[in-house]
Ligand binder design. Structure first.
Ligand code: CUK
Ligand code: CUA
Length: 764
């Protein structure tokens, strides 16, 4: 705790010196000793050296993992596998106040369906925005399979900004996948259902009335939001559409979505029918849907779509007539449709077939151009013969699922669910290069930027469905297992197991860390959920509380270690709205805010303005306080909500006194003088360096100066009170001077440490 150090700066210095001297007297364990003691092999040591990121150093890549059933996104570093953040997306996240303050509630409310709040999500596929097919690090998208929704996360602050509900599906899976310039975010249906909302058709009418589809959400990059009005869907048969990918390079403008259960089988085991799993995998092949989305967008713009639930849907017959929709058989109950970095091939995994099928975009186009189709499906969609579209098929092993790519040309990695392996193979020549076992039952896998036009290679993470024997047992529900694999060499090497206790990580995307440029503070008064100035924001000195009828509106601020206002008075039944602006500029000086028993919480990062709102529906005294340990006086960052009975009148009007004496006042003045000496020495150090070259330090110095500037007023007050011999007031205002000093010194010392650690130069 820095403040204790400040109380006697001299003591701290002495203690520091003493510790250093004592430390060197102990002899350290040697590397060999440690290997022996912990039973580690040379191979373990090598793996450790490849993943270990020393304190103060950073990871090369950042991974964005689906949080599965948590409805969140998990951010971690590669190769250290250190978790950096959980981003609240479809579900409330208390720490960040997500779902507990009005601004984030508004985002979650966009995800309500049919007027009903949905507090869970089944996230599957994250996607990073792309420019010319390369990750640009600006936005992240992720889907919710259970409640067909898609979310937009801004990577400037890692916050969820928007949720859109798919207007026509009842479940979805093949999203989020972006087109090479993020013009559209693709989201395909999964389990077919009637497209019209709240419309019932019996299962007997499955073939006629149930449908699937692919939605193309228009992304407005300037606004950083999806534009639902400019988005559209292509109607598809009631085949269970599965995963999608957008074409790139030569195949840009097209998208590919595979499927299962093209049998259109409807179960009903309770009526004696064989189950879904039998009926849905009876045929040897399903269909890869091949769609010209660029032309589809033109057709929609030309008015060829019909409106379903107010949303533009291009009907199957129009898509067929206009020549933008084709099918290709794919074996068997496939999973994964991944376009190669060069955009020339589409890799489809067999799941129930031991092969991956590599389709050639060039061959597909040649067949379309020549009108060479082997048949039509029951909905009139032309079917291209498998052999007319195949480049090659490679036998990889049991249960191939998903494919990612390497920086090395033609090298791909495919997960083998049943074999619990990753296969490394060459998709140009169609041969297997290497295999490695994982633990166990791998689903997705990710290589660095491995689904972009320019994969970075280096690392692969296997996302395993089972962890069985890997970790300390924690009950029947095991953690998920993300296994880090080194792919820089010919042979893959397993490096590290990371347990994740949040939900099934269907997919992860990983980006070079240097491409991300998140901010550390907001422009003062920003609503982070709209990126616009918050109407309730105020600057220091503008704080106020307004009461109109039964509505109380507080325009407050937060700055170490003080909530303004310190008291909020209400009558039972009043509706209380509290806007809070964090006035800090120093990094990581977040304040939290809660009011006892009113189920409300806000996380207010520097510059942010957040609103909490509740009905003061019960008489009583409710403390409110800052929930982040923001300074030594954090616990004192408090206040009271007083909810008075209707018509209540005070009987006592003075506060209890502490009876401070002149001696107390003098002692406080001494403490103030001592602290000033510490501040002077820190200021002396900072100004002797090129601190102006460090924007973070400049911000800290501004914050510290702000604190010191407040001293003048408090000093006048204690001196005036002392002149009146009001030692109570004199001592308390002198204490307040010291508070400002402590905060300034705290920031100053942090700036000093920063300068020392970041190679500041002496300039005088
Ligand atoms: S799915 Cu989970 S393992 Cu949703 Cu991409 Cu394949
Ligand atoms: Cu602000 Cu604790």
């Amino acid at each position: 705790m820095r403040t204790f150090a400040i109380k006697s700066g001299v003591l701290l210095l002495a203690a520091g010196l003493g510790l250093g001297a004592a430390g060197s007297a102990f002899s350290a364990e040697s590397l060999q000793d440690v290997l022996k003691r912990r039973g580690l092999s040379q191979q373990d040591l090598l793996a450790a050296a490849k993943t270990y990121v020393p304190t103060g150093k950073r990871d090369e890549f950042l991974a964005f993992s689906s949080g599965g059933q948590s409805g969140q996104v998990i951010v971690y570093g590669i190769p250290s596998m250190r978790i950096l953040k959980y981003i609240g997306v479809f579900t409330p996240e208390p720490w960040q106040g997500y779902g507990f303050d009005e601004n984030s509630k508004a985002v979650l409310k966009q995800g309500w369906i049919d007027g009903k709040e949905i507090t869970w999500g089944d996230t599957h596929h994250p996607a990073i925005s792309e420019t010319n097919g390369q990750y640009d690090g600006q936005f992240l998208f992720i889907n919710d399979k259970a409640n067909p929704r898609l979310a937009v996360i801004d990577l400037r602050d890692f916050e969820t900004k928007q949720i859109v509900v798919n207007p026509i599906y009842k479940s979805e899976h093949g999203g989020a996948f972006v087109t090479p310039n993020t013009d559209y975010v693709i989201e395909a249906a999964q389990y077919a259902a009637p497209l019209e909302n709240k419309k019932f058709f019996p299962l007997e009418e499955f073939n006629e009335k149930y449908r699937g589809g692919v939605t193309y959400w228009k992304f407005d990059r300037k606004e950083g939001r999806i534009d639902p009005k400019k988005s559209f869907s292509v109607e598809l048969p009631p085949y269970s559409q599965d995963l999608s990918d957008a074409g790139k390079g030569p195949s840009d403008g097209w998208s590919f979505t595979n499927s299962f259960c093209t049998e259109r089988y409807v179960g009903g085991i309770e009526k004696g029918r064989p189950p879904y799993e039998a009926g849905c995998s009876a045929k040897d092949t399903d269909y890869l849907h091949v769609i010209n989305w660029k032309k589809a967008a033109e057709l929609v713009a030309a008015g060829k779509a019909k409106k379903i639930n107010g949303h533009d849907v291009l009907p199957i017959d129009v898509a067929v007539k206009e020549g933008i929709l084709f099918l290709i058989p794919e074996p068997k109950s496939p999973h994964g449709a991944d376009v190669t970095p060069d955009g020339k091939f589409i890799v489809v995994s067999g799941k129930l077939d031991t092969h991956v099928s590599v389709y050639s975009f060039e061959k597909i186009q040649a067949a379309i151009k020549a009108g060479k189709f082997e048949s039509k499906d029951p909905y009139g969609i032309p079917v291209i013969g498998m052999k007319d579209a195949l480049h090659t098929q490679v036998q990889l092993g049991l249960g191939p699922l998903h494919t990612q790519f390497d920086a090395k040309t033609c090298v791909a990695y495919t997960s083998l669910y049943v074999d619990s392996q990753v296969a490394k193979w060459n998709f140009c020549e169609g041969k297997v290069l290497d295999k490695i076992s994982v633990h166990y039952n791998i689903g997705h896998l990710v290589t660095m930027e491995g689904d972009s036009v320019a994969p970075k290679g280096r690392y692969l993470v296997a996302l395993n469905k089972l962890s069985i024997d890997r970790f300390n047992p924690v009950g029947p529900l095991h953690p998920q297992n993300h296994q880090l694999i080194d792919i820089a060499n010919d042979k893959m090497q397993l490096l590290y197991d990371m347990p994740l206790p949040l939900g099934e990580p269907h997919y992860v995307v990983a980006i070079e860390a240097s491409k991300l440029k998140p901010g550390v503070r907001y422009k003062v008064g920003t609503d982070s959920r709209t990126d616009k100035p918050h109407p309730g924001a105020v600057r220091a000195g503008e704080e106020r509380t307004e009461k109109k009828g039964n509505k109380i509106t507080v325009y407050g601020t937060l700055i170490r270690s003080h909530i303004t206002p310190e008291t909020i008075e209400a009558e039972v039944g009043d509706e209380v709205t509290i806007h809070l602006t964090n006035l800090e500029r120093a990094q990581d000086e977040t304040h939290g805010f809660t009011v006892s028993t009113y189920n409300t919480h806000a996380s207010v990062e520097p510059g942010k303005t957040v609103t909490v709102k509740f009905k003061a529906d019960k008489e009583g005294v409710y403390p409110y306080y800052c929930t982040e340990f923001c300074s030594a006086l954090h616990l004192e960052m408090q206040g009271y909500l007083l909810v008075k009975p209707k018509g209540w009148k005070p009987t006592k009007t003075t506060m209890a006194k502490a009876n401070y004496s002149e001696t107390d006042y003098k002692a406080t003045l001494k403490k103030v003088a001592d602290t000033q000496a510490v501040i002077d020495s820190v200021v002396g150090y900072i100004t002797s360096t090129n601190f102006k070259d460090f924007p973070d330090v400049v911000a800290m110095v501004e914050d510290a100066t702000d604190q010191l500037n407040k001293i003048k007023d408090a000093k006048q007050k204690h001196e005036a009170a002392a002149a009146q011999k009001d030692w109570e007031q004199a001592n308390l205002w002198a204490e307040q001077v010291w508070q400002y000093q402590v905060k300034a010194a705290d920031i100053g010392l942090r700036a000093k440490t920063y300068l020392e650690q970041n190679g500041a130069r002496k300039v005088k």
